[in-house]
Design a binder for this molecule. Structure first.
Ligand code: SF4
Length: 216
């Protein structure tokens, strides 16, 4: 079983291509300024069986997913569930004519901690972005929230797909806005001040917001 905060397809703002995004629930790291405070509590989100990972990946793959991005919350808090998700994607058949899917994992821990907490996990991923979010260390590097966070390429596929992004600094960070019946979600890694500006634009457009997930 796993606790997940949400999943979404297609994610285009956290890794290359069109990706399945899975956000794990629960994070004890509690970085000041985290934009995903709603994923902190270990009993939030929803519980899913391991088989759900295979189903949600199969659905995304059928729709042309080029990769998986795992975020949170802190994925290493649920090592067995994380391994179940990674194995489900790795063991899935690649659709005819498609390129193999790559896997990117975000963790607030360092790479050696990831290895220790999720034994065998590094062999199942292509890229890992490590380190806690530090609000006082802004960066303009793509997909990273603060300058201390590192992008590690852990496979040939990872090096092939991500090497050109190691030092890429876009003029504006890629951000998606996902709206459902009750929630407006921002997918991506905003820069300092972006969330406040986006919130103001949404309110100016007449949308009534509840409590944003990034505010204590
Ligand atoms: S930024 Fe990531 S590691 Fe830090 S508190 Fe938020 S979810 Fe946890």
């Amino acid at each position: 079983m796993a606790r997940v905060a949400r999943s979404f397809f297609p994610v285009t703002a956290l890794g290359p291509g069109r990706r399945l995004g899975v956000w794990f629930q629960g994070c004890p790291i509690a970085c000041p300024g985290c934009m995903s405070r709603d994923t902190w509590t270990a009993d939030g989100g929803r519980e899913v069986p391991d088989a759900w990972f295979g189903d949600v990946w199969a659905a995304a793959s059928t729709r042309g997913a080029t990769g998986l991005t795992v975020s949170g919350g802190e994925p290493t808090e649920q090592p067995e569930a994380l391994l179940a998700l990674l194995r489900a994607v790795r063991s899935a058949a690649v659709p005819p004519g498609a390129d193999p899917a790559d896997v990117l994992v975000y963790t607030g821990r360092e790479l050696e901690d990831f290895e220790a907490l999720v034994p065998g996990g590094l062999g199942l991923v292509d890229a890992v972005i490590t380190g806690p979010f530090r609000v006082a260390e802004p960066t303009t590097l793509i997909w990273r929230g603060s300058a201390n966070q590192r992008l590690h390429l852990t496979s040939d596929l990872g090096r092939q797909r991500y090497a050109r992004f190691m030092t890429h600094r876009p003029d504006r960070p890629p951000i998606q806005v996902v709206v459902d019946e009750h929630t407006v979600s921002y997918v991506g890694v905003p820069r300092t001040g972006d969330l406040v500006r986006m919130e103001q634009s949404v309110r100016t457009a007449g949308v009534k917001l509840g409590r944003p997930s990034w505010r204590p």
